[in-house]
Ligand binder design. Structure first.
Ligand code: DAT
Ligand code: MG
Length: 140
């Protein structure tokens, strides 16, 4: 698998607890390079659009509420097989089921407040990156 990019978010529970550097250390230790990064406050519109695929799920309202509850750090990560690699480094959605050493196992508080987002496919990575970054923002 060639060099690839994925989209990452350090969620409001990470900024609230001041652990964005600790999470970035795990990302970098896994061989992923942070080639773009910006700290923002997501608007309700941005969060609803970003998680549109989940809009019929019972937790959608809670999810949008959480994602807009504080600052987030949006990132582009690059590396060999970056999409799958980052999903592995993140761990399972529910931290109780996440493997040892993963970000969610180490840091996540609950299934809803689970510290990180990572794209689930290369196609979605492109779509998600384009929602927050232009080519000029990315320095690889
Ligand atoms: P992932 O973030 O691992 O890709 P997902 O795409 O299934 O997981 O869900 C997106 C986010 O929605 C997830 O990170 C946290 C929230 N979420 C998922 N399932 C949930 C649940 N059962 N209860 C509360 N929040 C949930
Ligand atoms: Mg997902």
């Amino acid at each position: 698998m060639a060099n690839e990019r994925t989209f990452s978010i350090l969620k409001p529970d990470a900024t609230r607890r001041n652990i964005t550097g600790a999470v970035n250390a795990v990302i970098e230790a896994a061989g992923l390079r942070i080639v773009a990064q910006r700290r923002i406050r997501m608007t309700r519109e941005q969060a609803e659009k970003f998680y549109e695929v989940h809009k019929e799920r019972p937790f959608f309202g809670e999810l949008v509420e959480f994602m807009t509850s504080g600052p987030v750090v949006v990132q582009v990560l690059e590396g060999e097989n970056a999409v799958a690699k980052y999903r592995e480094v993140m761990g399972a959605t529910n931290p109780a089921q996440a493997a040892d050493g993963t970000i969610r196992k180490q840091f996540a508080e609950s299934v809803g407040e689970n510290t990180v987002h990572g794209s689930d496919s290369a196609d979605n990575a492109k779509i998600e990156i384009a929602q927050f970054f232009t080519d000029a923002d990315i320095a690889a």
